[in-house]
Design a protein around this ligand. Structure first.
Ligand code: PGA
Length: 253
């Protein structure tokens, strides 16, 4: 049975004390064994969450990394520092970092390579802006971002790579895209990946997610076995009140 992935992107929304409380509550929430929950807190909360999640089935993710192992990179965090704290996943190329930190496709590519070399699972975010969509550029933007981030990467046998389709204009808007539209873009992502990885790896090692205003009411419209493997959730992952019904909706599936 394929797993369904719930990636909680807490962005810069929670104090350390709040992140610790919420992580403990999530650990104590009953989940289906096929549901993989990944909590991605602010960097400052990675160490305490590492302790809280230690003996649980809930996984730990980061929101960024710097591609080098160590060195004079003030304010940055290396893949080895993340690994030491049992981080398994890392979100890369989120649209907020592309916009606010001027992150380029080349930098994202270097980060993906570094994550894989250090046995972290990258979750690469791609998505069009509203203007790009209006100009009919969506497909082109997606193909470009996927190709530039992932061209030339090599996966070992058990390694996975995640791509999250996140239309920039629906993030945090409260209004997700039409699920049919998300499915079409995810098909395009899978097709694009066939040019970059062997077919058996696209089938077995690639997971594709949808992200953008996912909540308990719409999540089941997005999960499609062998097409959309899970969701990246921002706002609706920030309290147990909102996150628990999402976890529960998969329990009943
Ligand atoms: P949202 O954020 O669920 O609040 O739209 C998603 C994301 O930015 O990853």
């Amino acid at each position: 049975m394929n797993k369904t992935y719930l990636i909680a992107n807490w962005k810069m929304q929670l104090l350390n004390s709040e992140a610790k409380n919420l992580a403990s509550e999530v650990v104590n929430t009953k989940k289906n064994e096929n549901t993989e929950i990944v909590l991605c807190p602010s960097a400052i909360s990675i160490a305490p969450l590492s302790e809280i999640l230690k003996n649980s089935a809930v996984k730990l993710g980061a929101q960024n990394l710097w591609p080098e192992q160590k060195g004079s990179f003030t304010g940055e965090i290396s893949p080895t520092q993340l690994k030491e704290l049992n981080v398994e996943y890392v979100i890369l190329g989120h649209s907020e970092r592309r916009k606010n930190n001027a992150e380029t496709d080349e930098q994202i590519h270097a980060k993906v390579k570094s994550a894989l070399a250090n046995n972290l699972t990258p979750i690469v975010c791609v998505g069009e802006t509203f203007e790009e969509r209006q100009e009919g550029q969506t497909d082109l933007v997606i193909i470009n971002q996927v190709t530039k981030a992932l061209q030339g990467i090599k996966l070992d046998e058990g390694q996975k790579i995640f791509i999250a389709y996140e239309p920039v204009w629906v993030i945090g808007s409260g209004q997700a895209v039409d699920p049919k539209e998300a499915q079409n873009i995810v098909r395009l992502i899978r097709k694009t990946m066939l040019d970059l990885l062997p077919q058996n790896m696209v089938e077995n090692n690639l997971k594709v997610l949808y992200g953008g205003s996912v909540d308990a009411d719409n999540i089941l419209n997005f999960i499609k076995p062998n097409l959309i493997d899970g969701v990246l959730i921002g706002g609706a992952s920030l309290s147990l009140e909102k996150f628990k019904p999402i976890i529960n909706s998969l329990n009943n599936k």
